[in-house]
Design a protein around this ligand. Structure first.
Ligand code: DGL
Length: 269
């Protein structure tokens, strides 16, 4: 199976595109719902939680794990890749979603000015700046943290007056920082759930980029280039769900993310 990890429900937005791009593959999703959100937690805590979840996915038979969470990709990926995999799991791989996005994002902008909405953890890691610099050194990148957006989504408050208020507030703040922005990236997997509010708040002509499709295309490309990994992945078109909260909590929440009639398994560490 391909393991897909997120702090909570957000990674389901990535899983949807992965399943569309790779319909024959099996996926095992793990949402650390009991400990979400990760966005404002310390580096140490995000690393510890993420590693624990990656180990769980490995132990359940995933040779490849995708961190479908920008915060975990920003705060834990590099340490896992450099300090854990070579010593404990030399034949397993963990991929993040920041690099594949950084490889593409500059192609969307005409003005050369882009805006990034992300969690405080992702913004303060500066990962997007560093990664984008490799591929588009002249791109002007302005980041903006939206601390209220993940709690709004995790609590199912999308489409309410409250969500419109908090979205408008952050959109205005970002565009004030750089009025030449013509492309906005949602660099948190929860944020596509607020797409309607975000589109409503953005002035016409600003392009909204959602990561799912980019990550799915890059994963297909990765598997084409790594045939030995591809050969180890089971292909029955199945998906299963794990959560650190109760199965009932996950099943109800996942419904809001468009996952109907799923059954989840609850795990405790
Ligand atoms: N969905 C995660 C991301 O992409 C973070 C949400 C959280 O704060 O836990 O950054």
């Amino acid at each position: 199976m391909i393991g897909v990890f997120d702090s909570g429900f957000g990674g389901l937005t990535i899983l949807k595109d992965l399943r569309q791009a790779l319909p024959d593959y099996d996926f095992l999703y793990l949402g650390d719902n009991a400990r979400a959100p990760y966005g404002s937690r310390s580096y140490e805590t995000i690393y510890r939680y993420t590693l624990q979840c990656v180990r769980e996915l490995f132990s359940r038979g995933c040779p490849l794990v995708i961190l479908a969470c920008n915060t975990a990709s920003a705060r834990a990926l590099r340490s896992i890749q450099q300090q854990v995999l070579p010593f404990e799991f030399p034949d397993r791989r963990v991929l993040g979603i920041i690099r594949p996005t950084a490889e593409e994002i500059g192609n969307y902008s005409k003005t050369g000015h882009i805006g990034i909405f992300a969690t405080a953890g992702t913004v303060s890691s500066n990962s997007y700046h560093l990664e984008i610099e490799h591929f588009f050194p002249n791109l002007k990148v302005t980041q903006h943290a939206c601390p209220m957006w993940v709690p709004i989504v995790e609590n199912g408050e999308m489409g309410t007056e409250g969500s419109r208020f908090f979205v408008k507030k952050e959109v205005e703040a970002l565009l004030k920082k750089d009025p030449e922005i013509d492309t906005v990236l949602l660099a948190c997997t929860h944020y596509p759930l607020l797409e309607n509010e975000i589109r409503e708040a953005l002035p016409p002509g600003i392009r909204l980029v959602i990561q799912g499709q980019i990550v799915a295309d890059k994963t297909v490309d990765y598997l084409n280039r790594h045939r030995e990994m591809d050969a180890r992945l089971s292909k029955n078109g199945k998906v299963a769900f794990l959560t650190t909260d109760t199965a009932k909590f996950f099943e109800k929440g996942a419904f809001l993310f468009g996952m109907e009639e799923i059954s989840a398994e609850s795990l405790t560490f």
